[in-house]
Design a protein around this ligand. Structure first.
Ligand SMILES: O=C(O)COP(=O)(O)O
Length: 223
């Protein structure tokens, strides 16, 4: 599929541009170990990603304490422990998926405006972009706490379109999660689903994005 007349491409972050799951899991496990709870595997943590940091911590604690006593856990304290650990391990094993760097370079060179809309806390975005040497490709990035609503609300996508002064029909959302597809549909925006991400272990095709790609570099054939 070829998308004509697009000017602004908005990317999801975790599961689309970067595989952050090893560092997220490490930080979840550091938090859990504080309460002598069993460690979770990467596979166990994957379906907890997508709605932001608090749901990730909450789902992980619920899973790890299944049947165990949890009255000793104060959620706000556990959340701070997780944030502290992630701050220190933000980009140890996180990497860009295959084709991401070359494709960002290609799109940037072609004159597209590029932005990121993630449900990750804002404070974590820039350090990762810098560490992975991709910061300068993006005009804007927003996190779950940047405005009052997050994906699957249309609000963050509408906010970015307005910031960049681009009409919705000239924007394209690219993401791995149903939250990305719903946000795009709620904003009446075309969207590309990537099949290799997390998406609660569900097929992205089940959410009917405008187009699906299996490798990020395929975007170069669409734009
Ligand atoms: O941190 C999350 O829960 C999801 O982040 P994402 O929106 O970049 O996939």
């Amino acid at each position: 599929m070829i998308f004509n007349n697009k000017k602004l491409i908005i990317f999801d972050f975790d599961g689309t541009l970067i595989n952050s799951i090893p560092d997220l899991t490490l930080s979840i496990n550091k938090m859990l170990s504080n309460y002598n709870l069993p460690k979770l595997t990467i596979e166990q943590v994957i379906p907890f990603i997508g709605n932001g940091a608090k749901p990730l911590v909450e789902r992980s604690i619920n899973y790890a304490t299944n049947g165990l006593e949890k009255s000793n856990i104060i959620f706000e304290e556990a959340f701070e422990l997780y944030l502290d650990s992630y701050r220190q391990n933000i980009c140890n094993k996180t990497y860009t998926y295959n084709g991401v760097v070359d494709t960002l370079k290609y799109l940037h060179k072609k004159g597209y405006k590029l932005a990121i809309c993630t449900n990750k806390p804002y404070i974590f975005i820039e350090p990762i972009l810098k560490k992975l040497n991709i910061r300068d490709y993006f005009n804007h990035w927003i996190g779950e706490d940047s405005i009052t609503e997050k994906k699957p609300s249309a609000a963050p996508l509408l906010y970015l379109a307005e910031k960049e002064n681009v009409e919705i029909s000239s924007c394209l959302m690219v993401g791995d999660s149903k939250n990305d597809i719903y946000a795009a549909k709620n904003a009446d925006m075309d969207c590309v689903g990537v099949s290799y991400g997390y998406n609660y272990n569900e097929h992205i095709a089940d959410y009917n994005p405008t187009h699906i790609i299996d490798n990020f570099a395929e975007l170069q054939e669409c734009l």
